[in-house]
Design a protein around this ligand. Structure first.
Ligand SMILES: *Cc1c(COP(=O)(O)O)cnc(C)c1O
Length: 242
């Protein structure tokens, strides 16, 4: 599969921006409220360079190693988001390369990250992933575990090097965007509830939800970050191992 040329990517980005603008208008939200994370996983550095030329500032990778290969050389104003599950032994690398990790789902990971970031003298934004789509194969906190888990963060040892920024989920992925509305709405309710708590949740203002197939529904349900790969970079070629 050929990668998009710069012109093809420009066209794809324009189409996507129109979709985003339309969804924002539908839901009376200012377009600045929704950040676009360009999911460059499985695409080469040349694709990242094209995206940068088009003004991309936020990139999403779901594998730590691939993120390290592409984003360990920091560029001013460019942020790397880790959006896939991170094995315990990869948390250190993830913490070094990422500006934000979207996929935290255990107290063990929180504790490790706090330790790693304290040693590195770094503050890291994290989101908690909730398996709101309730599919057995997906990672994240079980929908019934999510609230007690978040509550337990409050009574936990302080994590001064982590900023709890909000929640992330993957929609139902049935091919029908509307199927994800309920789980996106669930996520928003949970996030709003904890933001209202204040304390360790004082900056819990982010909702990472919506991908190529369901971003309009996610924006309507309050997404502040959408994670888009296919609509910007074209189909992924999973046969290439980076
Ligand atoms: C791959 C991926 C995306 C992007 O999916 P597209 O359908 O290509 O837009 C978003 N979020 C996560 C967690 C992913 O792994």
């Amino acid at each position: 599969m050929a990668e998009f040329s710069l012109d093809e990517m420009r066209t794809a980005h324009e189409k996507l921006e129109a979709r985003m603008a339309n969804a924002c208008a539908q839901s009376n939200r200012p377009s600045e409220d929704v950040k676009l994370v360009w999911v460059s996983k499985f695409h080469p550095m040349s694709a990242v360079e094209n995206a940068l030329a088009l003004g991309a500032t936020d990139f999403g990778e779901n594998r730590v190693q691939e993120a390290v290969e592409k984003f360990s050389v920091k560029r001013p104003g460019i942020r790397c988001h880790i959006i896939g599950p991170v094995q315990s032994n990869k948390l250190k690398k993830a913490a070094f390369v990422a500006d934000c990790i979207h996929s935290i789902a255990s107290m063990e990971a929180v504790e490790k990250l706090e330790k790693i970031c304290a040693e590195a003298d770094k503050t890291l934004d994290i989101l908690f992933q909730v398996n709101a789509g309730e599919e057995a194969t997906k990672s994240g906190l079980d929908i019934r575990e999510a609230e007690p888990f978040l509550l337990s963060l409050e009574n936990h040892v302080p994590c001064p090097h982590l900023r709890f920024r909000g929640l992330m989920t993957i929609g139902k992925n049935t091919g029908v965007a509307e199927d994800s509305r309920e789980c996106f709405a669930f996520l928003r309710h949970l996030q709003q509830k904890f933001l209202a708590h204040g304390g360790v949740f004082a900056s819990f203002d982010q909702l990472s939800m919506g991908m190529t197939g369901d971003l309009e529904v996610a924006i309507e349900e309050g997404a502040t970050m959408i994670r888009v790969g296919t609509a910007l970079f074209g189909e992924r070629d999973y046969s290439t191992k980076m």
